[in-house]
Ligand binder design. Structure first.
Ligand code: FMN
Length: 218
């Protein structure tokens, strides 16, 4: 099949697009407002950009009817940073619930029974219960046009300045034990997955620029 998203002519009972780019890692983003309120929300429009230095981005879709900008976006801009907390299978219910609290006066971590940890390099606290937390200093916001201005996407980019990894998730080879963590990812519709298997591949034979990017670029 072929369809053009602008024409919505897929003919299916459910829009397939969100299931075409999967699995999407979930950035569980913690921020703090200029009034000191802690905010926590999941973002699957989220990823890493580059490694030296690393940048993380998440995209907040403005919401109709008033084109409300997501609190995570406003807080990252106003207080200069955010923290990525890894969403896991064990934390899945709290991840989901954290999307439903929209009152910016509520301290979302405490409301969900989560513990705020003091970040070292940014004001936003991290989620202690999450196995990996990455502190990011706000870099910029890229606003992508939506179909109308009310649905613009605000892509927040932060520079990675600090990485916390719980020691219990580092294995005897010095690698992060992904299968023990079971990171959560989104599949479109109301579907999710978590990492329950992995395989490795080595690059063999003569290297080319392309291959060596694969080897070193990750
Ligand atoms: C798993 C999951 C992923 C989500 N991803 C996004 C996303 O990438 N962008 C977005 O704007 N909203 C996303 N949402 C919805 C937001 O989490 C929700 O609007 C939340 O209330 C925003 O909170 P904030 O205004 O405190 O930042 C997602 C929800 C769930 C459950």
């Amino acid at each position: 099949m072929f369809y053009e998203p602008d024409k919505k002519n897929h003919g299916l009972a459910h829009t397939p697009y969100k299931s075409c780019i999967v699995p999407r890692p979930i950035g569980w983003i913690s921020t703090i407002s200029k009034n000191g309120k802690i905010n926590l929300a999941p973002y699957s429009q989220f990823n890493n950009l580059g490694f030296e230095p690393g940048y993380l981005c998440f995209s907040g879709g403005r919401q109709s009817p008033d084109s409300h900008i997501k609190d995570s976006v406003i807080n990252a801009e106003e207080t200069g940073g955010f923290v990525y907390n890894m969403a896991t299978y064990e934390l899945r219910e709290k991840v989901n619930l954290s999307a439903q609290i929209t009152d910016s006066d509520i301290d979302e971590m405490r409301a969900l029974g989560l513990t705020p940890g003091n970040s070292r390099l940014v004001k936003a606290p991290f989620v202690v219960e999450s196995p990996i937390n990455i502190e990011c200093v706000y870099y910029t916001t890229l606003t992508l046009p939506g179909n109308d201005f009310k649905t613009n996407h605000d892509v927040v980019i932060g520079r990675v300045v600090g990485v916390h990894i719980k020691d219990e998730y580092i294995d005897s080879d010095g690698k992060i034990d992904i299968l023990k963590i079971r990171p959560l990812a989104r599949l479109g519709y109301e579907d999710y997955t978590s990492v329950e298997s992995l395989f490795s591949m080595k690059l063999n034979g003569p290297s080319s620029d392309f291959l060596s990017y694969g080897l070193h670029g990750g």
